[in-house]
Design a protein around this ligand. Structure first.
Ligand code: SF4
Length: 150
């Protein structure tokens, strides 16, 4: 749903306006991999191929574990494509803060464990229940999940 998400587009614009020179300098790449019959895709807006650094920018005023896991997932996709040594930087312009993301062996084990769960979700006849959480409003699937309510 990311291609239709205003939030995702807003994140890209934020990066382009906060770090204008990067839009010219860094690459946009899309990575894919198949892991245990699950098709995985990650679209990275700003990748510094020379330094092997993924740059991710967040608009909010709080750092979240989900931000780190997003970047760790991208790094995992790189490793599944045979590219090791990638790290990430998450920038929070409003906080004037940058965090560095490293990918560890326990991270790899965790992702390898949850992918079969995702596969099981995909094969269910019915969608899992809506979370009714405050994170839903920031989720790219919001309009799909709440189609009866919007
Ligand atoms: S909108 Fe909420 S329930 Fe739906 S996928 Fe996103 S987080 Fe899950």
């Amino acid at each position: 749903m990311e291609h239709t998400s205003a939030i995702v587009y807003d994140g890209k614009l934020l990066h382009e306006t906060s770090y204008a020179q990067r839009a010219e300098k860094y690459q946009e790449i899309e990575l894919t991999a198949i892991y245990q019959n699950v098709s995985l895709t990650g679209k990275i807006d700003f990748y510094n191929a020379k330094e092997k650094i993924i740059h991710e920018t967040k608009r909010g005023k709080t750092t979240e574990d989900a931000h780190e896991w997003q970047v760790k997932f991208y790094i995992w996709l790189f490793t599944l494509n045979g590219i090791e040594g990638v790290t990430g930087k998450i920038e929070y312009p409003k906080l004037r803060k940058t965090t560095t993301v490293f990918f560890t062996e326990p991270d790899r084990v965790y992702l390898e464990e949850i992918v079969p769960n995702i596969s099981a979700f995909i094969q269910q006849d019915k969608c899992p229940p809506i979370l009714h959480s405050k994170i839903c409003k920031k989720c790219a699937y919001y309009e799909l999940c709440y189609i009866d309510e919007v």
